[in-house]
Each structure stands twice: as C-alpha cells, then as structure tokens.
Design a protein around this ligand. Sequence first.
Ligand code: NAD
Length: 293
Amino acid sequence: MKIGLIGLGIMGKPMAKNLLKKYPDLLVNDLVQTAVDDVVAAGAKQASNEEIGKTCDVVLTMLPNSPQVKEVMLGENGVASFMKKGQVFIDMSSINPVASKEIAAELAKNDVEMLDAPVSGGEPKAIDGTLSFMVGGKQEVFDEYKPLLETMGASVVRCGDVGAGNTTKLANQIIVACNIQALAEALTMAQKAGVDPNLVFDAIKGGLAGSTVMNAKAPMMIAGNDKPGFKIDLHIKDLNNALDCAHTFGAPVPMTAQVQEVLQWLHNHEGGGKDHSAIAQYYEALSDIKIGR
Ligand code: NAD
C-alpha cells in the first residue's frame, strides 16, 4: 500500500516513523523542510501534494486545525483535486467535526471515502505507537484501514459516521479542561483554608474524585511545573471547536465557555506555550498563593 502523510510536526513525525516500519512506500511533506529531512532520513520520500494525491492509495494528514486541513485538501491545487474513486483520505488532526463533514462531502463528489481519526496520547505515545484513535466514517472503510491505524495506535475505536471521531475528541478535551480547573480550584481552597495540598491529593486520589487528570496534573501544579505536555494554545483551539460544534447543534456548554475564558486569560498573561495545568496559575494570581509552595 502506498501512503501519503502531510504534516510532520510534534505528532506527525513520530507517526511517520512508525508507519515506515510496516509501509516503506511513504510519501511525505510539510512546510518545514527540516521536519521533512528527518523523516526522509528514516526512509520516506518527499513529494508534492499533487504527487501524493495522484499516486497514494491512502492520504493521511496530521495538521494543526480545520483551516489547514481544508487548505491542504480543498484549496487551490489541493490534494483532493488529484484524487479518484478508490483512494481514501484519513485526517488524524483534531479539528471541528463540522469541517470534517464538509470535507467528506466534497470528497464524496469524486467517490473518495474519508475517515476522521483524531488521537489522544501526545508525543510520548506517538513515539511508542500507542496512541488512542477515535474514528468516524463508514464501517467497511474503518474495517479496511484499522490495521493501518494500529501501526500508530494501541486503541482504534469507531465512534460513528464521519465527524464522530472529532466529536469524541472534543468531548475528551472538555472533560480534561474542566477536570484541571476543578483540581486547581480545590487545591487553592484547601491551601487558603490551611490544609496542605500534598496531603489533600494523597488523601483523595484513590476515591471518587481521583482521576488520570488528577494523577498527572496535581504533582505538576504543586511543583509549579508548567512544562508542556499539552499546550494552552492547543487546548484553546480545541475548545473553540467544541464551542462552535456545540452552538451548531444547540448543545449547552456553559462549563466549556467558562474554562475557555480562563485559558484565554492564561494566553494573555502567561503565554500560550505552557502546559494546560497552568490553569493553577490563574487561581494563584486570584488568591495570592503558590499551590503547595
Ligand atoms: P504541530 O504544530 O507540531 O505540527 C503541525 C505540522 O503541520 C507542522 O509541522 C506544520 O509545518 C505543518 N503544516 C501546517 N500547514 C501545512 C501545510 N499547508 N502543508 C504542509 N504542512 C503544514 O502540531 P502537532 O502537535 O503535531 O498536532 C497536530 C494535530 O494533532 C493537532 O490537531 C493537535 O491538536 C493534535 N494533537 C496533538 C497532541 C500533542 O500532544 N501535541 C496530542 C493529540 C492530538
């Protein structure tokens, strides 16, 4: 199978290297030549959008957001203009599910099938090939290309038709952001009331309030460690998509709107490059404390 992959950033680059282990016929491109050089050194071939669209059985993208995916696929001389019946497009970026459906509708005009297949797991799991894929698209297309996604992921779950993958990813991002904010608020309250946040974490992490988010982010907040993991600006992007999607379908999302404003404050005051657990720094500024310090 001949594969094209466009977008070789933090995630796309290690995903390309895992693909190469099973699919050596891999064409790639990115706006950043050093990223392309790195993946070419691992065995891939650099190619234009035209060559990828004309010659690959499957076209993959791992781009920042909906505008970039639309530009690459549907813009002037976009990949889609070179694709024909039988070829498949799989977008692994985290984008607005409304945009996923729009792109799929355009591709369907030429009988090109599409899956939206965003991931969770971040760079370490992209390197290990243990990402979790949330996939939208036809069952038979999913069944055919699940083994391809399994070269990059440990879990590949179909959530429904096109758009369902990105809808699931947005649900994931809402839950994570709201959990982080609740954690920061609770630890701030405990410290202001004279109880050590370290002991609060130890006492409650095994109970109902405990979570993967708590285990990952409470130690970071207490240590004042804001090295990303997952950047504030990426989470702002995801919640903008969540708000847009929710408004499109009439879903009420007051918590998402509120935590988005906190993230925006952080972007303005601290920069968007910190880890999203820096939501704790919003509470530290409001309460004039340093959590756990
Ligand atoms: P990134 O910014 O590191 O990489 C994006 C790449 O796309 C860049 O190398 C950029 O040069 C390239 N690009 C942009 N426009 C292009 C164009 N027109 N043609 C060719 N290349 C182009 O982003 P990332 O961290 O790799 O994330 C990619 C996607 O995965 C995003 O949607 C993100 O939300 C999602 N995601 C990221 C993480 C994470 O931890 N970083 C985790 C899960 C999901």
